[in-house]
Design a protein around this ligand. Structure first.
Ligand code: BGC
Length: 344
C-alpha cells in the first residue's frame, strides 16, 4: 500500500499534512500531524460497506478552533491532575489548569494541539505513520525534556495500532493516550445507546465532584458500572449522573498486551476490540457533546460517540497507591494499544 499525503494547513507557522493509510482490505485512516489526530477511520460493516466511525472535522481550522480532543493524542499526562499540582522528589510542580481548578489532558496546549514531526513508514504489518515530538522542560509546568514517539499502524489484519515511547532527561510524569470518539454505526448515526460494551475490569476508581479520584479502588459488582458481561451502553445510562466518565481498572495489569474492551454495534455488525498494555481505561460516553460541535456533515450531540482511553489512572502523580507514572532518565516509557475491527 502507499500512503497519500496532502496539505491540511498551517499551525504555529509550520506545515500540517493529512496522511491516508490504507490496508489490504480497504480500511482507511486519515491522520494529521497536528495533535496526531485521526480525522477519519473507514471500517466495513457486516456487508462490507465502509463508514467513517470517528467524530471529527473537515478542516484544520476547525480542529484548532474548538476540538473536544476528537481523535487526538493526549499528553504529557492524560486525564485529570487535581488542582494542577504534584510533588516529585520533594519539589512541588504547578501545571496549567484548564478544567476548573484541575489540569486535564496535558493543559492549555497539550500534545493534541502541537505540530508533530511525521514520517511515513511501510512495515510488514501495513502502512504506518511515525510522529515525534519534543516536549520542552517546563512545558505546561512539567519537568524535563520529554522525547515522544508515537507510531500509528493500520495493519492488514484490520487493526489500528498505537504504539508510544517516551524518554526524559529529568524525573517527570507521563501518561499518554489516544482520544478518538467512536460510533461504530457511523460517526453521523446518532446515539451510542445500542452499542454493547464489555470491559475486562472488575474494579474502578471512584471520584469526587471534580472527577478527581478519592484514592479508593472499588468493585464494579452490583453498580451501574458493571460491564464485565456485555451490556448496551444505554441500558443504565439514565441512572448514571451526567453519563459515564469513569476510570476502570483492568484485570490484566502486568504490562502484557491484553483484551481490555469489546464493543459491538448490532445494526452494522461492527465490532471493536481494544487490547492494551496499560493498567486502566477511561470510558467516557460523550457527555459534554452538546450539538455545538459540527463536523464532516454531522452534528455531534450528547452521547453520539464514546471514548475508551487506555491509560494510567487519573491523578496518579498525587495517589501513592496507584501504579506509578514517574519516568526517570535512562528509562523508557512504552505503551501499546491495538484497536481490532471486525463485523458479525
Ligand atoms: C474525560 C472527560 C472530558 C473529556 C473532554 C474525557 O477523556 O474523561 O471528563 O470531559 O475527555 O473531551
Amino acid at each position: 500500500m502507499s500512503i497519500e499525503k496532502r496539505v491540511f494547513g498551517k499551525a504555529d507557522g509550520r506545515d500540517v499534512y493529512l496522511y491516508t493509510l490504507t490496508n489490504a482490505n480497504g480500511l482507511k485512516a486519515d491522520i494529521t500531524n497536528y495533535g496526531g489526530i485521526v480525522t477519519s477511520l473507514m471500517v466495513p460493516d457486516r456487508e462490507g460497506n465502509l463508514a467513517d466511525i470517528v467524530s471529527g472535522y473537515d478542516s484544520l481550522a476547525e480542529y484548532i478552533e474548538n476540538n473536544p480532543y476528537f481523535g487526538a493524542l493526549i499528553g504529557r499526562c492524560g486525564n485529570r491532575i487535581g488542582k494542577g499540582k504534584f510533588t516529585l522528589n520533594g519539589v512541588e510542580y504547578t501545571l496549567a489548569t484548564n478544567n476548573g481548578p484541575n489540569h486535564l489532558h496535558g493543559g492549555l496546549k497539550g500534545f493534541d494541539k502541537v505540530v508533530w514531526d511525521a514520517e511515513e513508514m511501510q512495515t510488514d504489518e501495513g502502512d504506518a505513520l511515525k510522529l515525534t515530538y519534543l516536549s520542552k522542560d517546563g512545558e505546561e509546568g512539567y519537568p524535563g525534556n520529554l522525547k515522544c514517539t508515537v507510531i500509528y499502524t493500520l495493519t492488514n489484519n484490520d487493526e489500528l495500532k498505537v504504539s508510544y515511547e517516551a524518554e526524559t532527561d529529568k524525573d517527570t510524569v507521563v501518561n499518554l493516550t489516544h482520544h478518538s470518539y467512536f460510533n461504530l454505526g457511523a460517526h453521523d448515526s446518532g446515539d451510542i445507546f445500542g452499542h454493547e460494551l464489555k470491559l475486562n475490569a472488575d474494579n474502578y476508581t471512584p471520584v469526587d465532584e471534580g472527577l478527581i479520584p478519592t484514592g479508593e479502588i472499588k468493585p464494579v459488582k452490583d453498580t451501574l458500572l458493571d460491564f464485565t458481561k456485555p451490556a448496551p451502553i444505554g441500558s443504565r445510562i439514565d441512572q448514571v449522573e451526567g453519563g459515564y466518565d469513569h476510570n476502570f481498572v483492568l484485570n490484566s495489569s502486568d504490562g502484557s498486551l491484553a483484551l481490555a474492551a469489546s464493543v459491538y454495534e448490532p445494526n452494522s455488525g461492527r465490532v471493536m476490540e481494544i487490547y492494551t498494555t496499560e493498567p486502566a481505561i477511561q470510558f467516557y460516553s460523550g457527555n459534554f457533546l452538546d450539538g455545538s460541535n459540527k463536523g464532516k456533515g454531522a452534528v455531534y450531540n450528547k452521547h453520539n460517540a464514546f471514548c475508551l482511553e487506555t491509560q494510567h489512572y487519573p491523578d496518579s502523580p498525587n495517589q501513592p497507591n496507584f501504579p506509578s507514572v514517574i519516568l526517570k532518565p535512562g528509562e523508557k516509557y512504552t505503551h501499546l494499544t491495538v484497536h481490532k475491527f471486525s463485523a458479525r
